[in-house]
Design a protein around this ligand. Structure first.
Ligand code: PLP
Length: 287
């Protein structure tokens, strides 16, 4: 089945969807994005993703796309048109295509934002067998720009990090700055020690994960102790458990860091329980 995608107001077969070569995201990585997961045909944490998109646009002085207020309907229509039960909706907004290349931002009065959305069908996303065995990570230096709280499409270094992990026989990389873990290439990082969940505090050095916010809320509601502070790789290697969160992986246990087994070397109870709670509560609240 050909996927139907959305480009600037039109629903089109993916083979007919086009964006200008002068688009600012293509030439300058001048774009922001969101990924919202779909479970049982419903959007998970949609309000959080929309709020973060609005914040990313504001922080970059990027005009809102004309259809901003219709985004929920567009997401829903794409899920329906493409028959998505489990998967994701990818959304990207760029500063538009001014018709030439120039470092200066184009005038938002004459250059409209580009808005693109497409679905990714991932049957079995919630029942991912990897969550039962856990994943292995390596640590690499965090050399990304200083505004990681803005969800931009500058994903070259995170892609390189994933490739470095693959080459090392692992699944992902955790990024380290000044001796402390910031986050994963595309996820927020956590450890658990003596029943306390530890994850880096919010700031400009990490993305404010929408899954992170929900998972910490559920953890506190379940009377789990949470500490928001930086931690080192050595502390993580000596922890009882490690895991990461993201919209597409939910809560994913990490069982090895730089070749050292974490805890028992199997997914821990806290990560496993948080994954269950997150999936259960998110399904209930899906829109
Ligand atoms: N950190 C980074 C660098 C990310 O790219 C992502 C998701 O893409 C996350 C954290 C997790 O954010 P969310 O839970 O909103 O998917």
């Amino acid at each position: 089945m050909t996927r139907t995608v959305y480009v600037n107001g039109e629903y089109l077969p993916e083979t007919e969807a086009k964006v200008s070569i002068f688009d600012r995201a293509f030439l300058m990585a001048d774009g922001v994005y969101e990924v919202t997961s779909v479970l049982g045909g419903k959007l998970i944490d949609f309000d959080g993703h929309l709020a973060r998109l609005e914040r990313s646009l504001t922080e970059l002085d990027m005009p809102k796309p004309k259809a901003f207020d219709e985004l929920l309907d567009i997401h829903r229509k794409l899920v329906e048109l493409n028959g998505i039960d489990e998967g994701m909706v990818y959304l990207q907004v760029t500063r538009g295509a001014p018709g030439d290349r120039d470092f200066a931002f184009p005038d938002p009065e004459t250059c409209e934002a580009t808005l693109v959305l497409f679905t990714q069908n991932k049957p079995g996303l919630a029942e991912n067998p990897v969550a039962k065995t856990g994943i292995k990570v390596i640590s690499i230096e965090d050399i990304r720009w200083g505004r990681r709280d803005i969800k931009t499409v500058q994903l070259l270094y995170p892609s390189m990090g994933k490739m470095m992990a693959k080459k090392a026989g692992c699944d992902d990389a955790w990024l380290v700055e000044d001796g402390f873990v910031t986050e994963g290439t595309s996820n927020n990082a956590y450890i658990v020690k003596d029943g306390t969940i530890i994850t880096r505090n919010l700031g400009t050095d990490i993305l404010h994960g929408i899954t992170r916010a929900a998972v910490l809320r559920f953890a506190r509601e379940a009377q789990m102790k949470v500490e928001e502070r930086p931690f080192t790789i050595a502390e993580a290697q000596g922890a009882d458990e490690a895991f990461y969160t993201s919209a597409s992986a939910f809560v994913m246990p990490v069982v090895e860091i730089d070749g050292e087994s974490i805890g028992t070397g199997k997914p821990g109870d806290v990560a496993t329980r948080l994954r269950e709670i997150y999936l259960e509560e998110s399904r209930k609240a899906g829109v």
